[in-house]
Design a protein around this ligand. Structure first.
Ligand SMILES: NC(=O)c1ccc[n+]([C@@H]2O[C@H](COP(=O)([O-])OP(=O)(O)OC[C@H]3O[C@@H](n4cnc5c(N)ncnc54)[C@H](O)[C@@H]3O)[C@@H](O)[C@H]2O)c1
Length: 252
């Protein structure tokens, strides 16, 4: 087990890529804080509970943590809670993200603010809070989930692309700031991964994208989970400030 008794926090851990990251970390022995955001139907809580159940069956521990990552106060409460329960926070995975796809011509200020608020300010809130504990401990691993779109741009995704490109710049700066404190800071830029987010893309466009992927398949959430495990492991201790692309060759 590569991560025995390490303490991790995964934002948006109730489904999709976040869920796969939680399970991949737990498989390696990490104790995981599973963050979820409240919704009217309580679906996220229900899904987060199912993930926690899986973690338990693997023989590891988890903690359900409700917080909207775009709200600094809620993030502070969440980080305090995990440190209170497990005594430390060593791994932070910023996975929570949303889309509000629309061309600039029709984009409302709200569409811009919400995407930047969750995808970029959310990362800022979590890193700024968690990194203090990592500094004190002289150890930390921070991974933020960016996107291929942050590199290439996309029609109807200027808000999303800006947020994901923002992560890449943020990561490089923080990596420099804490490089001598035992903390590595990296981003992962997935291509197209089979999750709820991909389901929102019309079939016709999806089949066009698929034709452009050299490997001829979409990625799986577990492809991302395994990359996270590597980047937070001791084997990756000399990797910092990087954005690792994982996209079946779609962007090289
Ligand atoms: N699926 C893809 O093809 C793809 C490609 C590149 C990058 N990504 C990125 O990967 C990450 C995970 O996406 P996914 O595909 O699993 O999508 P998803 O919609 O299934 O998951 C997103 C998660 O974020 C959570 N979330 C949303 N707003 C939140 C908030 N304010 N606070 C806390 N949690 C919140 C959701 O509840 C959900 O659990 C996102 O950052 C996304 O941008 C996805």
């Amino acid at each position: 087990m590569k991560l025995k008794n390490r303490v991790a926090l995964v934002t948006g851990g109730s489904r999709g890529i976040g869920r796969a990251i939680v399970l991949a970390l737990a498989q390696e022995g990490a104790w995981v804080g599973i963050n979820y955001v409240a919704d009217d139907e309580g679906i996220n809580f229900k899904q987060a509970k199912e993930v926690a159940e899986r973690v338990k069956n693997m023989g590891s521990k988890s903690l359900l943590l409700q917080a909207d990552v775009s709200c600094e106060k809620e993030v502070q409460k969440m980080v305090t809670q995990i440190v209170k329960e497990y005594g430390k926070i060593e791994i932070l995975v910023n996975n929570a993200g949303i889309v509000r796809d629309v061309t600039l011509k029709k984009m409302r200020k709200k569409d811009w603010d919400e995407v930047i608020g969750v995808n970029l300010t959310g990362v800022f809130n979590c890193v700024r809070t968690a990194i203090n504990y990592m500094r004190e401990a002289g150890y930390g691993r921070i991974i933020s989930i960016s996107s291929i779109i942050g590199q290439t741009g996309n029609i109807g995704q200027s808000n999303y692309a800006a947020s994901k490109a923002g992560i890449m710049g943020f990561v490089k700066s923080i990596a420099r700031e804490v490089a001598r404190k035992g903390i590595t800071v990296n981003a992962i830029a997935p291509g197209f991964i089979q999750t709820e987010m991909l389901k929102k893309i019309p079939e016709e466009i999806k089949s066009r994208i698929l034709q452009q992927i050299p490997m001829g398949r979409f990625g799986t959430p577990d492809d991302i989970g395994q990359l996270v495990v590597f980047l937070v492991s001791d084997e990756a201790s000399y990797i910092t400030g990087q954005t690792i692309h994982i996209n079946g060759g779609l962007y090289m």
